[in-house]
Ligand binder design. Sequence first.
Ligand code: ATP
Ligand code: MG
Length: 173
Amino acid sequence: LPTINDILDWAGRKVGLLGIETTNVLIRDVVKDTFDAVQWMADTKGVRIKQVLVDGSLKIMGNMGDLRKMLVNLLDNAVKYTPSGGIVTLSIQKINNEVKIEIADTGIGIPESELDKIFTEFYRSENAKQSTQYGTGLGLSIVKRIVDAHKGNISVSSKLGKGTNFTVLLPAS
Ligand code: ATP
Ligand code: MG
């Protein structure tokens, strides 16, 4: 029997995800498309998205659709799990030969004991479920898949009730 992983891989390829077509992707374009998708939700909730040091001229060799989906999912989470009045901060800089993307929020946080589980398909932490019933728990598993397909790395740090910080490192082109 196929596992959930097999099915997601298959589905991803079927709809053209996971690096089938790679080009020199300009960060500016990824950020613009992403903001078009998430800004309305932030405005509706009263969460401010701040850009700190976003170097739009940076380029990643990758798949535009995938990179957009990766950033949309991370910003969607940050806004979704941050109460009204909170702040989400995005920064994108080149460090050595890598593009470092940081998404920080002042939201509900993730319990320490659950930090290693959130990239697993369908996993949602207890405090997230209490904060909103909307979510399949698939977003981060897709993000992880995309980061892996681009030979990058993703890490998370969080303090319960204070906020969460995701860091993605991708090879710059
Ligand atoms: P979906 O993305 O499928 O709509 P989801 O957002 O709940 O649902 P994921 O994006 O996969 O699922 O995230 C998995 C879990 O990780 C969340 O349910 C939540 O427990 C935790 N999480 C992710 N991002 C944050 C964040 N910024 N703040 C607090 N918890 C988070
Ligand atoms: Mg999500």
